[in-house]
Design a protein around this ligand. Sequence first.
Ligand code: UD1
Ligand code: MG
Length: 455
Amino acid sequence: MSQRSCLSIILAAGEGTRMKSAMPKVLHAIAGLPMVAHVVKAAEAAGATALALVIGHGAEEMRKAAQKFAPRAETFVQERRLGTAHAVLAAREAISKDYDDILVMFGDTPLIDAGVLAAARQKLAEGAAVAVIGFRPPNPTGYGRLVEKGGRLAAIREEKDCSEAEKKIGFCNAGMMAVAGKHALRLLDKVGNSNAKGEFYLTDIVEIAGAEGLDVVATEASFESALGINNRAELAEAEGIWQGRRRREAMLSGVTLIAPETVYFSHDTEIGADTIVEPNVWFGPGVKIASGARIHAFSHIEGATIASNCDVGPFARLRPGADLKQKAKVGNFCEIKQATIEEGAKVNHLTYIGDARVGAGANIGAGTITCNYDGYSKFFTDIGEGAFVGSNSSLVAPLTIGKGGYIASGSVITESVPDDALAFGRARQKTLPGKGRELRERFASAAAAKKRVAE
Ligand code: UD1
Ligand code: MG
C-alpha cells in the first residue's frame, strides 16, 4: 500500500463555540500539542503523502499554527460553513491532483490512531470506492447511522433525517472516511443539500457511490479513537485517555511508574528503560531521559535532557536547556535553567543554577544562586571540574570558577576564581567574649526604664 499516494484533508473550519474560547477549537492542546496536530501525525503515520487543511474560523491563527505543526500542509479557506461535503470541496484544487487515496479527517478527533486510517486505505487498495470509518458509541444519539442493506453499506443517515427504525442502529459514522481519488470529485459534486439541516453532507457520497454500482464498505474504530471534542470537559477526557495510553506504553517499554495516574507526559517525552518515576511528576515538552534515571516525586521538568543514572528531585524544577550528564544529581527545591550539569556533579538543595555549566564532580552547596540577570541581560557562570561552592553563596555572573576552586560559604563572588584557589566573599567573623551578655543586660534595663515611664 505504501506506493499508493494519499492526500489527507483535515476539516477544521468549525467555530467550536462550546469551547467558549478566543482560540480556534482545534488549537486547544492534548499533551501539549494542538488537537489538529495529533490528527496530522496520525495521517502521516497512516502514509499520507500530502495534507490539506480546511480552515475558516480564526484562519490567520490557524495558518500560523499550521506552519509549526504541519509545514507541508496546504491550507484552504471555507468561507461559509455549508456542510462537510462543502468543506471537503474547499480543497478541490488538491483533490484534482490524482491521488490514489483521499482520507477525510476531522481536526477535532485527536485520538484517532493510524491503524484505523490504514485499515480504511487498505479497503481502497482492495477495490472499494469509499471506506467509511464506523464506531459504536455508548449513546448513538446525534451521530449519523450506518444503514446496511443485504449485508452492504447502503447509506449514512444523519440523526435528524433518520426514521424511528434507523435511530435504533448502533453502528455509527465516526465522521472520517477514505475515498478513492479517481472517484472523489465526481461523487462530491453530486452531493445536494435537500435534508433536514439544508447542508451538503459528505455522508451522502455513500448512497451516490452505491447508485453508481461502486463498492462501499465500512471499517470499525474503537469509540475512544473516534472521540470528537466539543467542549473542555471532553478535552480533559481525551487528555485522560491519551495519558493512559502513554503511561501504559512507557511501562511496557521498561519504565517504572509507581503511581502511573499521577505522571503526565508530553506528546514528545522520551524516556529510557529502567528509569523510575515516582508519583506526581509533570513532563512538559522537549524532555529526553536516558535509562536508569530516578525522578523523585513532585518534579516539574520541561525542555530538559537527562542522561543515564541521574537522580532528580523530589521537588526539582528543570527548565528548558537543563542538560544533566551521567550520574548528575539535582535535589530538592532546585531550579536549573539553560545549564549543563556535568557528570557526577551535585546540586542538592535549594539552589538556582541558570545560564551556567557545573563541571564534573563539582559540589554546589545548599542555597547557592547564580545571579545571571541584571534586569537587562543574561550572563554565564562557568564552574570548573571538582569545584566546591559553599552553602548560601551568590555567584554574580559573568564569572568563572576554576577547576578545584573552593568558595567559602555565605560568599558573594563577583570576580573569577582561578583553579584550586580558595575565595571568601564575606566579612571576616569577629568574636567578642562576654559581649553578648553585656548587650542583653543593656537592652533589658532600657526596656524596663521605658515601661516605668509609661506607668
Ligand atoms: C458528522 C457526520 C456524522 C458523524 C459525526 C461524527 C456529516 C454530514 N455528518 O456530523 O455522520 O456521525 O460527524 O462526529 O458529515 N466542518 C467544516 N465545515 C463545515 C461543516 C463541518 O469544516 O461546513 C467540520 C467541523 O469543524 C468538524 C467536522 O467538519 O470538525 C464535522 O462537522 P460537524 O458539524 O461536527 O458534523 P456532525 O454534525 O457532528
Ligand atoms: Mg460533530
